[in-house]
Design a protein around this ligand. Structure first.
Ligand SMILES: *[C@@H]1O[C@H](CO)[C@@H](O)[C@H](O)[C@H]1NC(C)=O
Ligand SMILES: *[C@@H]1O[C@H](CO)[C@@H](O)[C@H](O)[C@H]1NC(C)=O
Ligand SMILES: *[C@@H]1O[C@H](CO)[C@@H](O)[C@H](O)[C@H]1NC(C)=O
Ligand SMILES: *[C@@H]1O[C@H](CO)[C@@H](O)[C@H](O)[C@H]1NC(C)=O
Length: 133
C-alpha cells in the first residue's frame, strides 16, 4: 500500500531501529497510530487552522515507544506518488501520544488528493482530503 520513497524511508527507519536495538538492547516497538482527521470528507481552507487527530487508544506504554516525538507532513497525490511530490512539514516536536495537534493549512494549490502523513517511529498515511483556496 505504501510505496516508493515512503517504503525506503520506512526501511531506513526500521534498519536504524534495528541498529539502535543492537546498540541498546531495550525492548521497544514501532508505534504508528492511525490518522483520524482529516478524513475523506474534510475540506481545509488555506490559511485556516485545523486539528490533525490520530488514534492513541491502543498506544503502548510510553517507555516502549521508540520515538515519542512526532512530526506531520502534507503529501499530495497519494502514497504512490510520494516520490514525486514536495512534502510540506506542518508540525513537529509534539508528543506522539497527544492524539492531536493544531496546524495551519499552508498556501498550496487547491486539490482533492492531499493527505497527512504522521511520523512517529515510521510514517502513517491518512485519508486523501481536499484543500480549497
Ligand atoms: C483543536 O483542539 C483543541 C483541544 O481540543 C481545541 O481547544 C481547539 O479549539 C481546536 N482547534 C481547532 C482549530 O479546531
Ligand atoms: C481507535 O482505536 C480503537 C482500538 O483499535 C478502536 O476501537 C476505535 O474505534 C478507534 N477510534 C476511532 C475514532 O477510530
Ligand atoms: C513494554 O515493554 C516491556 C519490556 O520492556 C514488555 O514486557 C511489555 O510487554 C511491553 N508492553 C507492551 C504493551 O507492549
Ligand atoms: C514520477 O514521475 C516520473 C516522471 O515524471 C514518472 O515516470 C513516474 O511514474 C512518477 N511516479 C509516480 C509514483 O507517480
Amino acid at each position: 500500500m505504501i510505496m516508493n520513497g515512503l517504503t525506503n524511508f520506512i526501511c531506513f527507519t526500521v534498519l536504524s531501529f534495528f541498529a539502535l536495538v543492537t546498540a541498546f538492547p531495550v525492548v521497544r516497538e514501532v508505534y504508528t497510530p492511525p490518522v483520524i482527521l482529516p478524513d475523506a470528507s474534510t475540506v481545509w481552507v488555506v490559511g485556516n487552522q485545523y486539528n490533525v487527530t490520530w488514534n492513541v487508544t491502543d498506544a503502548p506504554p510510553l517507555q516502549n515507544i521508540t520515538d515519542r516525538t512526532g512530526f506531520i507532513v502534507l503529501a499530495k497525490g497519494g502514497d504512490e506518488a510520494w516520490d514525486n511530490n514536495t512534502l510540506l512539514e506542518l508540525a513537529s516536536g509534539f508528543s506522539i501520544l497527544s492524539g492531536t495537534v493544531e496546524v495551519t493549512c499552508p498556501k498550496v494549490p487547491p486539490a482533492n488528493d492531499y493527505a497527512i502523513v504522521l511520523f512517529g517511529d515510521s510514517g502513517n498515511f491518512g485519508n486523501l482530503f481536499t484543500i480549497a483556496e
